[in-house]
Design a protein around this ligand. Structure first.
Ligand SMILES: Cc1ncc(COP(=O)(O)O)c(C=O)c1O
Length: 367
């Protein structure tokens, strides 16, 4: 199949490697796994993922609806703040509704008191490489800090959610955090049915101590008699997709610059948000260096600086690795640059062009 760049290329075989790790941890630890749709909502591979995971978690009504319709199994709904109309919709199909504040819990409790409810706790500890993504940052609005407020409202809830990690690849650090949470929240942990430790635990990263991870989860769950949930986004899809692009132009300003048919701003926004380069596989004997840049008007639309084996020429493919998380969900039409299509290589080896975007999508996006 001749594929036109740019496109995201999802390989089910690679996705399956993550799913098998999840299956192992589920079995060894008893924890349940719900996919964080905020990270990855590309539902053409949900049939595969839903065989290994327990459901989805969401950040607003539309994600929850997507989880319900396309993934199935458990639908967890969480939001930093719900408008009333979302609560009225969610109560029809969400299995768990998690509130971010006591005021939201109290306000909507009369509408959802027969549902399985949770509250997000801010444990005032976190692991994050970035202040922007640190849920325990100064004056954070994410979760309830005051323990007495939670204890006073325990009769209304069934579970607690602690999301306090971001790309935490250190199982020892997680152990310390769970010990801290156990010690500091034991009174409420003993009274609830479930506890979610959110996302941000990088257990599919090469070298992560999975055996230890299982033990930490199993011990915690036993000690407090709670069902543990995890909400992996990134860890569900690690290294399962690439962004395939082509060189459109080569220029020089102090350094060689290759302009490609994609854009950080439009297709991999987090690179700009977190000031990180896109991942690219290292080439052998690479000595030709280029700044690889996007085609939008934004001066800083830069994927990174890379070395290549041969000098680049127009039409060469440039492939970024590990490109699925927080990219496809954030795609936008900045500059009217065509959105990358979505191609899936199924487990049987067949490539499927599942989605391509046209001018009709662009014009339909606004009016
Ligand atoms: C509440 C909650 N759960 C899960 C996640 C998923 O995190 P990750 O993709 O890092 O695993 C996030 C990410 O921000 C989150 O805020």
């Amino acid at each position: 199949m001749k594929l036109k760049t740019p496109y995201y290329f999802i390989e089910e075989k690679k996705l399956l490697e993550n799913m098998k790790k999840i299956a192992f941890i589920r079995e060894q630890s008893g924890a349940k796994f719900v996919l964080a749709l905020k990270c990855f909502s590309t539902w053409c591979v949900f049939d595969l993922m839903s065989k290994y995971m327990d459901g989805t978690t969401s950040s607003a009504l539309y994600e929850a609806k997507l989880g319900y319709e396309k993934f199935g199994k458990e639908v967890h709904a969480y939001s930093v703040a719900y408008p009333k109309e979302e609560i009225l919709e969610l109560k029809k199909f969400a299995d768990k509704i998690i509130f971010n504040s006591i005021s939201q819990l109290k306000r909507f409790y009369p509408l959802v008191k027969n549902k399985n409810l949770g509250i997000r706790v801010n444990p005032k500890i976190s692991y994050s490489h970035f202040d922007l993504a640190d849920p325990a940052r100064k004056n954070s609005r994410l979760g309830v800090i005051n323990k007495k407020d939670i204890l006073d409202n325990l009769d209304k809830i069934n579970g607690l959610m602690f999301h306090f990690n971001c790309e935490n690849e250190d199982a020892d650090n997680l152990e310390q955090s769970l010990n801290y949470i156990g010690k500091n929240y034991s009174k409420m942990l003993e009274k609830v049915e479930w506890v979610s430790f959110g996302g941000g635990i990088y257990f599919t990263k090469a070298g992560y101590n999975i055996e230890k991870f299982c033990k930490i989860l199993r011990d915690f769950s036993k000690k407090y008699n709670v069902q543990i949930y995890l909400e992996p986004g990134e860890s569900s899809i690690t290294m399962s997709a690439k962004l395939v692009t082509s060189v459109l132009d080569i220029t020089h300003n102090g350094k060689n610059i290759a302009v490609i048919d994609s854009s950080t701003e439009a297709h991999m926004l987090d690179l700009l948000t977190y000031h990180t380069p896109a991942k690219m596989a290292k080439q052998k004997n690479a000595k030709y260096e280029y700044i690889v840049a996007g085609r939008t008007c934004l001066a800083g639309d830069i994927f990174g600086t890379y070395k290549f084996t041969k000098p680049l020429k127009i039409g060469d493919k440039i492939v970024f690795e590990d490109a699925a998380g927080y990219s496809m969900v954030k795609m936008n039409w900045f500059n009217g640059v065509p959105m990358p299509s979505i191609v899936v290589k199924r487990l049987n080896g067949k490539k499927e062009l599942v989605k391509s975007f046209t001018y009709k999508d662009f014009i339909g996006n606004l009016s």
